[in-house]
Design a protein around this ligand. Structure first.
Ligand code: SF4
Length: 327
């Protein structure tokens, strides 16, 4: 029997190159190897966007379109919206009794995100406990495998702790998930830090060509290379890191040599990168525009997804309620 994989995104904004290289591309391949659920985690998006429910709803539809356009095939994988499966919230409530606030506060991924968002004692309770909601998602779908980057490993550890505690306390009904570590390189954003929606340093996969040029223009480069003729250090330059992903190997070698010698200027190199990114995502933009012009397609895919997960989630909930002596 095929193993089950759960992946997904919070619909807090557009998917960007970091998502594409880091996970979207591999999801398209993995969907043929695993029984695949792709979760659009709108309840988790609300944990730090509670005042913008319309934005979250709009992004649910946009992210679903992105999935279809990159090649997630709804006849193979199941795309599902978190709020369409109310049992996930019920399961979260049960799991909340199995973790402490202190343990949640020590979760390194949550700590990093809180720092980035400027949360302190004012952190929304829902945000602090979102790893518990993730544990509910993973276990409700009986996922054996969860693809993650290195920085997300603490989230899987937290789920494993909850699963073990539940299985020990009540009955061994939950599946313990394993992380599937992504081999994708870290994708730098405009400020050189990891590309991220919350840092607003990203290039979106659905950005129009002019937007891509404008964003690439703002990227930092080697601070020692101030003008044409100055020798540069491509190994510390985010533009070079992106060229390695989007340009042909002989072009990458040429950039390396000409940056070091000073012959290549940063503006020219950035505009060349923007052209490569625009060219690379052209078929995606075309597919997305065609899907966008097909009335009802996203609603149909999401309704089918909700219906497909229902028997699996219901089976988990029956076992959980029974193990906990609940009605
Ligand atoms: S020439 Fe290109 S690789 Fe070198 S520092 Fe400038 S942008 Fe970066």
């Amino acid at each position: 029997m095929r193993k089950t994989i759960l992946t997904g995104d919070r619909p807090t904004g557009p998917l960007h190159l970091g998502h594409y290289v880091g996970s979207l591309q591999s999801r398209v391949d993995l969907q043929h190897e695993y029984a695949t659920y792709v979760l659009i985690a709108d309840l988790q998006a609300l944990t730090d966007h509670a005042e913008q429910p319309e934005l979250v709803r709009r992004n649910v539809l946009e992210v679903a379109l992105d999935y279809l356009a990159v090649g997630i095939d709804p006849t193979v994988a199941t795309i599902v919206v978190q709020s369409g499966v109310p049992e996930l919230a019920e399961l979260t409530v049960y799991y909340l009794n199995l973790v402490t606030v202190a343990r949640l506060g020590r979760n390194p991924t949550v700590k990093d995100e809180m720092r980035q968002k400027g949360f302190d004692a004012d952190v929304p309770a829902g945000f602090l406990v979102y790893p518990v909601s993730q544990a509910a998602d993973i276990t409700a779908f009986k996922a054996d495998v969860v693809p993650v980057g290195e920085d997300q490993l603490p989230m899987i550890e937290q789920t494993v702790e909850i699963v073990r505690r539940f299985n020990r306390l009540y009955s061994p009904v939950l599946v313990e998930p394993q992380p599937l570590l992504s081999e994708a390189p870290l994708i730098p954003g405009a400020d050189g830090r990891k590309m991220s929606k919350s840092l607003d340093n990203y290039v979106g996969v659905r950005d129009e060509p002019d937007e891509i040029r404008e964003k690439v223009r703002t990227f930092i480069t080697d601070p020692q290379k101030i003008r044409l003729g100055d020798p540069g250090r491509p190994e510390i330059c985010p533009i070079f890191a992106l060229h390695k992903l989007f340009s042909a190997p002989d072009r990458v070698r040429w950039i390396d040599e000409n940056c070091r010698s000073g012959a290549l200027g940063c503006v020219e190199n950035k505009m060349n990168l923007a052209d490569r990114i625009i060219e690379y995502y052209e078929p995606f933009r075309e597919r997305r525009a065609n899907l966008d012009a097909t009335p009802g397609i996203v609603d149909e895919v999401l309704a089918e997804g909700a219906a497909k997960v229902q028997p699996v989630v219901e089976e988990t909930m029956k076992a959980v309620r029974h193990a906990m002596n609940l009605a």
